[in-house]
Design a protein around this ligand. Sequence first.
Ligand code: XMP
Length: 367
Amino acid sequence: MSLDVSAILNRIYESFQSLRKEIDCAIACISGGVDSTTSAVVAKKVLSDKLYGVFIDTGFMRAGEGVRVKEALRSLIDIEIYDFSEEFISRVEGLEDAEEKRKMFRDLFYTAVKRIASEKGCSWVVQGTIKADIVETVGGVKTQHNVLTEELLKRYGIRVIEPLADLYKHEVRALAKYLGLPSWLVNRQPFPGPGLLVRVVGRVYREKLELVRRLTTVVEEKLGDKGFSQWFPAVWEYNVVASGERDGLVYEVHGVRVTGVTSGKRNYGYPAIVRKVPANKDMYSIHREFDTVTHPHVLVEVEHRGTGEFVVAIRAVITQDFMTAEVGRLSPDELRSLAKEIMDLEPKVKMVVYDVTPKPPATIEYE
Ligand code: XMP
């Protein structure tokens, strides 16, 4: 069934109109993803010069992101870049627990938002929360950094406008296209609110973060034309805590916590890495050989060398709504070529692995 985008837009404008008198002015936090950008462009149409577009550099964004987004949206909305990277990184450095990281990030983020809004004399903030963010947070899959309870709104002293809160991703993309956003942005893969933070798996420190940032550029570029919905690298330390062999299937378990979904709720386990897939098995079915509550992410080794300290996990998925996802398939040659490029560029990488677990039982991200 085709979507009636102009009806969706009219509905959003109507709900905005009822708030309009109350709004002194607002800042729209734009991260460069389709959700926040679309919500900012919709809000701009209603609030005009009472809306300020801002990009908060949290230090966990992709390389060059702020400038790229500002340039691309020049004709639609003016964006001011605020660099909070040092503040964010120094506060998050040393944290290890996934939820603790997310909560700290959220706190830093809204403290920054509040500061910018106060500087502009605005009480309101426009953000690009969509329906899946709310469903997954309320359902217990994770703490989305942008889903705020009444208590949090009071704590930060801001008032939030979420024009897209009733929409799913494909509806947001249709709306973005209708509003004339550039097509690379309309179809852009989602990027989590806490950014690279949830891909620096386990303890956060600068060297690991910068490695993830550099690898993100490589992986986004190399897998950009494969038709995947989301594709990215994540990094953790090589730390084998158990290993085993069953019918020629050789595997090891790493000592870092990663997230999965069981019966609609988040669970934590340890990644299992298959060192050698037996000739009679299909690597894309191999996760079925594991207890996925204990091992929510099952990965297959692509390259390995004697030196180095980091594991690079490559994740690529195909999905419509991001609530469930299937694994994107790459041929052994494609995988080897990507792994070789990573190994050549990054001497501290010991192992490159490919994630072969759908969602559920895995999540798309690792934390
Ligand atoms: P998971 O890992 O839960 O992710 O399967 C589902 C989708 O949501 C994105 N994601 C987030 N987006 N704030 C966001 O705005 C967050 O905190 C967050 N965590 C995950 C993820 O990248 C995927 O597209």
